[in-house]
Write a protein of this length. Structure first.
Length: 230
């Protein structure tokens, strides 16, 4: 796949670290990689955002592009409106990703929060950008109780839009998983209607970059270039 859209079922669930792992594995395989962040919110000008974190962990060979940055940690359209700034729409996202795909083997489009978080006041979302691109969506989800419902809702939204779900990755796999987390490994593929393609361990983003790059393949399934299996 030349373009892969990475969406979460919510916020703070390991989406950026999963994106970094995808980039690291692809680079290790000799592929050129670009990461596109359509809208970064809650980060001041000059402060490192998600693109910076992906490049720090995966390597500076990653091309990083951020289309817009809005100051408050809110949905992109809300943050843009409150700041009096121009929002970024799905068409702009799709155009940027398509251009990067002409220059790179893999383009990772990392969303903000969940699939249907609004980018603009017309209701444009990451799902709309994926539809314009005809790109599959990788769903990053948490490990524990409640994840089956949010994952099922995201998968249902993808199907309603005729979008392909590439699979599911658990973005923060706990060092000591509880019963719900362990059971969810078996249940997530069923509710998503797509394979479970990895578990990124808790604290992965705190690893030294060299260690992160060495270990990343062990967190992702062969379909994503890694060696992980249940």
């Amino acid at each position: 796949m030349a373009i892969l859209v990475v969406s979460g079922t919510g916020t703070e669930i390991g989406k950026t670290i999963t994106t970094a792992a995808l980039a690291a594995v692809a680079l290790a395989a000799g592929r050129s990689v670009a990461v596109l962040k359509p809208a970064q919110t809650g980060v001041a000008p000059g402060e490192p955002g998600d693109v910076f974190e992906v490049r720090r962990l995966a390597g500076e060979a990653v091309t990083g592009v951020e289309l817009a940055r809005f100051p408050e940690p809110l949905a992109p359209n809300t943050s843009a409106r409150r700041a009096g700034m121009t929002p970024v729409g799905p068409e702009e996202v799709a155009e940027a990703a398509a251009k990067l795909a002409t220059e790179h083997d893999l383009v990772l489009v990392e969303g903000a929060g969940g699939l249907l978080v609004r980018f603009d006041d017309e209701g444009g979302t990451l799902a709309d950008a994926a539809r314009l691109l005809g790109a599959p969506v990788l769903v990053v989800t948490p490990a524990g109780l409640g994840t089956l419902n949010s994952t099922a809702l995201t998968a249902e939204a993808l199907r309603a839009r005729d979008l392909a779900c590439a699979g599911v990755v658990v973005g923060i796999w706990p060092a000591e998983p509880d019963l719900a987390s362990r059971c969810n490994l078996a249940d997530l593929p069923e509710v998503a209607g797509a394979p479970l393609l990895g578990t990124v361990p808790e604290g992965a983003g705190r690893l030294a970059p060299a260690d992160f790059r060495t270990r990343a393949a062990g967190w992702l399934a062969p379909a994503l270039g890694g060696v992980w299996s249940i």
